[in-house]
Design a protein around this ligand. Structure first.
Ligand code: GDP
Ligand code: MG
Length: 690
């Protein structure tokens, strides 16, 4: 059966760790009857946290896409990861979502990770509704969180529900659209919702809140404004329609509340997903580059009759075949079909297509634009690649992943484990493109690089427990870089006898810092500024190759060189004795020589760190950050909390989470993401590189 894209909701749930994302997801899957047994985070029995390691840590790291059905809508739930070391994974999921539920803890309010995810959702223009969870806890304050959404996140919260009672006295929810109270009897685990009149004592407060809501919605639209001025109110239909338009356009964020743990407020949250969040048809078409002709683009529309284009957004290793999660942006995906991967130009088979439910998968003959499905069959596709019909090959914008900043060496415990380790690392790399496997040029050891200490820790753990590969893992090492700080020139004459043949090359280059920091895929560029006719084209190409090759390891500590621009400015060739080998070698030498002239500098990754603490520990945490060479950007007062935003060298941040815990008796939290590269002090650089 084909589904109507208008009834599809591709959504994610995002939250700071422990705000209740997993619990909310569980309740959603239960009430939509996708699962018959409700899981509990605290007992490690949840569905989305299927991964054994996640269950032990009690956090969700791997995003899984799960479908469920609510009131004739198909909700595809993409479980966005909650940990900050996995920001790239969050970004990747945000790309394929059309809407998001932002979950906040009523007690902790807006936390560092909520801010990061909110910012990312802004970047990808993902419409949002807010769910203020944990209303059953003591000392919570609904309006404080709403205020934080407005002030700290710069959102436009529109309150459509009010809690009735808070903490121990949390009794239910006031629905301001329909002016009624909802109760969720605990003995039935909230499975039936009781609709009752608003208690007398709450009427005035709710009427005021509703008036504010109605005014905000009416003010957004001329037709609604007219109807409002007529009767000082809006009908339920007008209010819902107005809210939907505001939410879909990103102009407002409806706010709901509840307690996922105590089964309160989840069904109205599902209603809000269907009422307010966009369907794939509400989302603007994507303008994507075509493979040929180069430079041309096309509009990829959520239309089943157009040529197929689908983005691979997640790969899960499974035996015997990996499962590829696809978002279909246009066209119709059919089982037993053959597509082309626009990134590799290779053919890929789609043997079977599935809709993934929590505990079963339904095999589909076809799936249409707007939907999210899993397929088996592809072999060489990676996350971020586009699968298309040969007649229209498009590139659905690959995601720009941040560079890795930390690495560990990894070796098999015995030589017979070597192949197994290589296979396992390959599988991990396919699933998580922020993970890189390279070979240390000097030691020949394999290096695993990633986005942070915890990222690598989790990956190594996965390698051991899930894939059964026992490996020797080195200490985490910071990924340094090198660059040049001014222009430098060099001339090289390369003249050698190899075998019985003379080889000759002469070139001059100028090396300087790139005006624009290079994009993640390009660390530097080589330009040809030779007077016409100076060298044969194949020699120019070889010299350029040599220059680029030398930049892989700089002259200070052998680290990759970034943000450079080189130009070939002179050279000469010999009629008989010149060769491509000679020009490549000369290019390499010229780069090294010019780099020494150009004031090379060692660069280190700087992390953006945000710490939230109570006033009590503020001083000692600041002191500790200062001793780590932190540059404090901003400190904020947030209710009873202090927020510190600082840039700190990654090299100084090993084991920080443990230290912070002991400094604050476990009360402060920190979030960390790679920010940029900055020079290492000269003294320190001398110490490191001799
Ligand atoms: P996640 O890290 O965002 O996925 O959060 P979890 O769903 O794993 O929840 C973190 C902790 O908060 C667990 O101990 C949950 O039992 C608890 N929790 C979740 N929702 C609620 C709630 O509504 N009220 C209370 N009191 N606790 C909750
Ligand atoms: Mg979780």
């Amino acid at each position: 059966m084909e589904i109507d894209p208008a009834s599809v909701r591709n959504i994610g749930i995002a939250a700071h760790i422990d705000a209740g994302k997993t619990t909310t997801t569980e309740r959603v899957l239960f009430y939509t009857r996708a699962s018959h047994k409700m899981g509990e985070v605290d007992e490690g029995t949840t569905i989305t946290d299927f991964d054994e390691q996640e269950q032990r840590r009690g956090i969700t790291i791997y995003s899984a896409a799960v479908s469920c059905i609510w009131k004739r809508h198909t909700i595809n739930l993409i479980d966005t990861p909650g940990h900050v070391d996995f920001t790239a994974e969050v970004e990747r999921s945000l790309r394929v979502l059309d809407g998001m539920i932002a979950v906040f803890s009523a007690r902790e309010g807006v936390e560092p990770q909520s801010e990061t995810v909110w910012r990312q959702a802004n970047k990808y223009r993902v419409p949002r509704i807010c769910f203020i969870n944990k209303m059953d806890r003591l000392g919570v304050d609904f309006s404080r969180v709403v205020k934080q959404i407005r002030e700290r996140l710069k959102g436009n919260p529109l309150v459509i529900q009010l809690p009735i009672g808070e903490g121990d006295e949390f009794e239910g929810i006031a629905d301001l659209v329909r002016m009624r109270m909802l109760r969720f009897p605990a003995d039935r685990r909230g499975a039936s919702v009781e609709v009752v009149d608003l208690p007398e004592s709450e009427r005035e407060r709710c009427a005021e809140a509703r008036a504010q809501l109605v005014e905000a919605v009416a003010g957004s639209n001329d037709a609604l404004m007219e109807s409002y001025l007529d009767g000082e109110d809006l009908s339920e239909k007008e209010l819902l329609g107005g809210l939907r338009a505001l939410t879909v356009s990103g102009a407002a964020h409806p706010v709901l509340c509840g307690s996922a743990l105590k089964y309160v407020g989840v069904q109205p949250l599902l209603d809000a997903v269907c009422d307010f969040l966009p369907s794939p048809l509400d989302v603007p078409s994507v303008e994507a580059p075509l493979v040929t002709p180069k430079g041309a683009t096309c509009h990829v529309r959520a239309d089943a009759s157009e040529p197929l284009a689908a983005l691979v957004f997640k790969i899960v290793a499974e035996k015997p075949l990996d499962l590829y999660y696809l978002r279909i942006y246009s066209g119709t995906l059919k089982a037993s079909s053959r597509l082309i991967n626009s990134a590799t130009h290779k053919k890929e088979n789609i043997s079977r297509v599935f809709r993934m439910f929590a505990k079963r998968r339904d095999q589909l003959d076809r799936a249409v634009a707007g939907d999210i499905v899993a397929v088996v069959g592809p072999k060489d596709a990676l996350t971020g690649h586009t699968l298309c019909e040969p007649r229209r090959q498009v590139i659905l914008e690959e995601i720009d992943f941040p560079k890795t900043v930390i690495s560990v060496s990894i070796e098999p415990r015995s030589s017979k484990d070597r192949d197994k380790l290589v296979d396992a690392l390959g599988a991990l790399g396919r699933q998580d493109p922020t993970l890189q496997v390279t070979k240390d040029v000097e030691t020949g050891q394999m290096l695993l690089s990633g986005m942070g200490e915890l990222h690598l820790e989790v990956m190594v753990q996965r390698l051991k427990s899930d894939m059964g590969v026992d490996a020797l893992v080195g200490k985490p090492r910071v990924s340094y870089r090198e660059t040049v700080s001014q222009a430098g020139e060099a001339e090289v004459v390369w003249n050698r006898k190899l075998g019985d043949k003379e080889h000759f090359a002469q070139i001059s280059i100028r090396l300087e810092p790139a005006a624009q920091p290079s994009s993640s895929s390009e660390e530097g560029v080589v330009l040809d500024e030779l007077p016409p006719g100076t060298l044969n084209p194949e020699y120019i190409e070889s010299a350029m190759l040599g220059v680029a090759d030398a930049a892989v390891s700089g002259v200070l500590g052998g680290y990759p060189v970034i943000n450079w621009k080189a130009a070939l400015i002179g050279g000469s060739q010999h009629v008989e004795n010149s060769s491509t080998v000679a020009f490549e070698a000369a290019g390499r030498l010229a780069f090294e020589k010019a780099m020494r002239e150009a004031h090379p500098r060692l660069l280190q990754p700087i992390m953006h760190v945000e710490v939230v603490t109570s006033e009590e520990h503020f001083g000692s945490i600041m002191g500790d950050l200062n001793s780590r060479g932190a540059e404090v950007r901003r400190t904020l007062i947030e209710g009873a909390d202090r927020v510190i935003q600082a840039d700190v060298p990654l090299a100084e941040m090993f084991g920080y989470v443990t230290r912070l815990r002991s400094l604050s008796s476990g009360r402060a939290t920190a979030a960390m993401t790679p920010s940029h590269y900055a020079p290492v002090s000269d003294a320190r650089a001398r110490e490191m590189c001799g």
